[in-house]
Design a protein. Structure first.
Length: 257
């Protein structure tokens, strides 16, 4: 029979107590990763949002909530699950394509921090739902437009996220201008997605170069919080700190506010 190890120690008692298959997670490891990221962002007003879709085990969600984390959700069910683990909806951001009317209404009622706007149609949809509920913009339909570049960023293996979700980068400025005039929408920032499991800095620099003109334009004309940049950077985190006084950054499940 194969031995069962946890933290380099054989733990047959857990196997005997709970049976198999058994999934055992190290709270120390999870908290160590969270705290290292949190410490790296010390001095910056930040909120680290754990992606619930990575592992929605309520014990893990509760552990991270107690550590101070917010949550990145992609469904009404994930928001419900996070709340059952004690999460504050005001520290949750609602990403994901195909949000239903019921999910949007539920998220608005719970007071989520923001929605990632995946399309112009979704922007209108959220505005209509929020308006019908007579909710004020500052309280409900805050948005971050997920932008995609028409030119693929070189990744290995190649990632073509422009066909998956988001608003075309060349359309984004017009969409932000229109969003700024919608009665039930408050703009929170900008998000750009180029792919997952990227382990080199080059694609990030290229993406920032493409996004920066939009970021500065939005900052100047529309909103006071500027940049959310969403990536999985392998096991590494790189924060590029430049001129932005207010910005939003989302790297994988990390979020700087």
């Amino acid at each position: 029979m194969a031995a069962f190890f946890a933290k380099n120690s054989m733990s047959p008692s857990r196997r005997e107590r709970f049976g198999t298959p058994l999934y055992l997670y190290s709270a120390d490891t999870i908290l160590d990763h969270y705290r290292r990221l949190d410490e790296a962002l010390a001095g910056i007003d930040h909120l680290i949002c754990y992606a619930v879709k990575a592992n929605s085990n309520r014990a893990i969600l509760h552990l991270l909530r107690d550590a101070g984390a917010g949550f990145d959700i992609v469904s009404g069910g994930e928001l419900f699950r996070a709340q059952k683990a004690g999460a504050n909806p005001a520290k949750c951001t609602f990403a994901g394509v195909g949000k239903s009317h019921e999910e949007i209404a539920y998220a608005l009622d719970q007071g989520v921090y923001s929605f990632n706007i995946e399309s112009e149609a979704e922007l209108n949809y959220i505005n209509e739902i929020a308006s019908a509920k007579n909710q004020q913009a500052a309280d409900c339909a805050a948005g971050e437009s997920r932008c995609r570049s028409a030119d693929a960023i070189n990744t290995s293996p190649p990632v073509k996220s422009e066909n998956k979700f988001g608003i075309a980068l060349e359309r984004a400025a017009n969409v932000y201008e229109r969003a700024s005039k919608l009665p039930a929408v408050t703009i929170r920032g900008v998000q750009m997605h180029i792919g997952s499991q990227i382990t080199e800095a080059g694609p990030f620099m290229a993406a920032i170069g493409k996004t920066a003109p939009l970021v500065f334009g939005v900052e100047k004309q529309i909103c006071d919080r500027v940049l959310q940049h969403r990536r999985r950077f392998g096991d590494c985190l790189r924060i590029i700190d430049r001129q932005w006084q207010r910005r939003l950054v989302d790297i994988g499940s990390g979020r700087i506010r």
